[in-house]
Design a protein around this ligand. Structure first.
Ligand code: NAD
Ligand code: UPG
Length: 337
């Protein structure tokens, strides 16, 4: 009984693969390494380098391994990029999932966990936002995820598949032991940029929009620690194995912090100061996004351990320090070779 993880060499995927492997699960990964890193997979986890929408590759992997469930992380993830390249986002998020589901149905794989996003809601009428809120994505990224959610629902109804769609809110932090973390070069996530500033890799951080009708004028987000999120995937898998009905679940803590509060948390835990510059609003940004978490807490056996902004910031910082020294060392090494 093996779990196929697509995008398992990426940020959230690698933390989930680690959680699964530590729990004694058999895991295989398909990843094209477009933004992932093979070095972040635990020893002994087979990696097939290729496209998660390549049906021949999928057939080959399934023929070699006894796959019972699929966790589908592979995709393109940057909201502003999706505004510039919508067709690329519809291909890599929607078409890839369509091909993967096609093979899953043909091979009778009956359990599927899908990485969706709070971006499907757009600007919510109600905060915290429940799963039944209207879906009005503001970006092709959000639309491509919503289209995939709808397809998964239809496929499950037609072929008897069980699924859990997880709508992640803002994923942040790193493995508490700093074994893995977010390593994408040019990442756009707020906490990543703040810890890059705190480690001296950036001269400043821009705050995109300080004129929103929020208490301090900046946007508000619900940050979830990546290790807690990885455990939510294990819990979702257990739920499906126990015969749980297909469902869609918000993944957050249900508490919002403003962009300015988040930057302050990084300043506090790092004890380092860095320049903060007020900048215009970023197109496509949602103002306030906080999860109603009652459904996930009610349905899954999931107990978050790192529900604290300073802990998230501290883990992100410890990982960034390690990554910076590794990369810096590599550069020095290359220069002297
Ligand atoms: N990071 C967040 O805050 C966040 C929030 C909501 C949803 N998500 C979703 O979670 C999933 C994982 O995101 P992440 O933050 O870990 O990003 P990531 O870029 O680190 O991970 C994506 C992984 O998928 C791989 N990949 C991309 N396209 C592929 C393809 N066609 N075939 C095979 N591999 C492919 C990449 O190489 C990478 O390893 C994505 O589906 C993303 O949309 C992320
Ligand atoms: O240098 C920066 C970077 C970000 N922000 C702001 O910080 C907030 C959060 O931005 P970011 O970290 O880029 O995340 P989101 O745009 O909220 O999107 C994330 O969260 C979504 C779910 O809510 C996921 O779907 C996306 O993949 C993921 O990137 C927004 O108001 C940004 O304008 C800044 O002010 N300065």
């Amino acid at each position: 009984m093996t779990v196929l993880v697509t995008g398992g060499a990426g940020y959230i995927g690698s933390h989930t693969v680690l959680a699964l492997a530590e729990a004694g699960e058999d895991v295989v990964v398909i990843d094209d390494l477009s933004t992932g890193f093979s070095a972040y997979l635990p020893e002994g986890v087979p990696l097939f380098i290729g496209d998660a929408g390549d049906e021949n590759l999928l057939e080959g992997v399934i023929a070699q391994h006894n796959i019972e469930s699929i966790i589908h992380f592979a995709g393109s993830v940057v909201v502003p990029d999706s505004m510039r390249d919508p067709l690329g986002y519809y291909r890599n998020n929607f078409t890839t999932a369509r091909n993967l589901l096609n093979v899953a149905v043909k091979r009778g794989i009956g359990r599927f966990i899908f990485s969706s996003t709070a971006a499907v809601y757009g600007n919510p009428d109600q905060v915290p936002v429940p799963e039944h809120a209207p879906t009005r994505p503001l970006s092709p990224y959000g639309s491509s995820k919503l289209m995939t959610e709808i397809m998964l629902h239809d496929v499950a109804a037609a072929y008897g598949m069980q699924y859990v769609t997880l709508r992640y809110f803002n994923v942040a932090g790193a493995d508490p032991q700093a074994r893995i973390g977010l390593a994408t070069v040019g990442a756009t996530h707020l906490l990543k940029i703040a810890v890059e500033a705190a480690t001296g890799q950036r001269a400043k951080i821009d705050v995109f929009g300080t004129d929103y009708p929020t208490p301090d004028g900046s946007c508000i987000r619900d940050f979830i620690h990546v290790t807690d999120l990885s455990q939510a995937h294990r819990s979702a898998l257990a739920y499906l194995r126990n015969g749980g009905a297909s469902t869609t679940l918000n993944c957050g803590y249900g508490r919002g912090y403003s962009v300015l509060e988040t930057i302050d948390a990084v300043r506090r835990v790092s004890g380092r100061s860095f320049a903060v510059q007020y900048a215009p609003r970023r197109p496509g940004d949602i103002m306030t996004m906080v999860a109603d978490t009652s459904r996930i807490r009610g349905l899954l056996d999931w107990k978050p351990q790192y529900d604290d902004l300073e802990t998230i910031a501290a883990h992100a910082l410890a990982w960034e320090d390690k990554l910076f020294h590794e990369r810096h060392g590599e550069l020095r090494h290359a220069a002297s070779a």
